[in-house]
Design a protein around this ligand. Structure first.
Ligand SMILES: Nc1nc2c(ncn2[C@@H]2O[C@H](COP(=O)(O)OP(=O)(O)O)[C@@H](O)[C@H]2O)c(=O)[nH]1
Ligand SMILES: [Mg+2]
Length: 237
């Protein structure tokens, strides 16, 4: 047995070098430092930034499309899209006539602050990209890795759609711990699924009592007014 760490290997068979942990720490430290720069940049731009985290298909892009249709004429909206591959979401948003860029991670399951830093400069080259009230970052779809990376956003939104089931907050706590807003989406599907809004809400509030919770359907429009009111409030409009 090794006296140093108590494992079953002989001392000469392994190392107690702590470099791996140091590298991880410095990666997060670098991300946090870049996120701070991004936040300062957003503040200088005068844009409120919302980082959207959810599973693939829970309705992030649809909610953005409907939001732009509803308030895009009074609030200047921009979007940074994040996906592993393809420009598909950016193409959908571009059709709504707002500045948008697509970041593709080529395999990484999350966006990081350095990618967003590049993304801001790309967005600023788009027409209207320097004059925004509200910037959405649609993160790569999953509830795990995006929760760990501060992008410099002002608000973080976590979303779970009705077909995913109400048990997701407890299973993916970090996304709920680190968010300010929890949206339950696709409520038009409630009659067809075993999903109680109260269960998901309770589960989420147990993890983070400060979460603001709203439920809505982007396609039927029910509950959209509370979301739009929230956006107007955070933008001071
Ligand atoms: N029934 C229903 N379907 C929705 C709603 N919002 C989005 N969808 C559908 O869910 C699928 C995924 O939506 P999308 O916005 O691309 O999800 P994303 O991957 O989170 O961006 C699409 O087929 C949408 O039409 C909703 O409120 N109700
Ligand atoms: Mg999308």
């Amino acid at each position: 047995m090794c006296d140093a760490c108590g494992c079953d290997l002989k001392p000469e068979e392994h190392s107690h070098d702590s470099k791996i942990i140091e590298v991880h720490q410095s990666l997060f430290a670098a991300n946090t430092a870049m996120a701070k720069k991004n936040r300062a940049h957003f503040d200088k731009m005068g844009a409120v930034v919302i980082n959207m985290i959810s599973s693939p298909g829970s309705g992030k892009t649809t909610l953005l499309e409907k939001t732009i249709e509803a308030i895009g004429d009074t609030i200047r909206i921009g979007v940074i899209e994040g996906d592993i591959e393809t420009e598909r979401d950016a193409e959908r948003i571009r059709k709504k006539g707002v500045p948008v860029i697509q970041l593709t991670t080529g395999g990484a399951c999350h966006l990081d602050a350095a990618q967003i830093h590049k993304g801001i400069h790309l967005l600023e080259r788009e027409e209207g990209g320097t004059e925004l009230d509200l910037l959405f970052i649609e993160n790569v779809g999953n509830l795990v890795c995006p929760a760990t990376f501060d992008l410099g956003e002002h608000h973080r939104l976590v979303m779970v759609s009705v077909p995913e089931g109400p048990d997701k907050p407890g299973k993916y706590p970090k996304a709920f711990h680190s968010s300010q807003l929890f949206i339950i989406s696709k409520t038009d599907l409630l009659p067809y699924f075993d999903f109680l809004v109260e269960d998901a809400t309770r589960d989420a509030l147990q993890l983070n009592p400060d979460l603001q919770v709203m439920d809505l359907s982007a396609t039927s429009g029910e509950g959209m007014e509370q979301w739009l009111a929230y956006l107007k409030k955070v933008c001071g409009k």
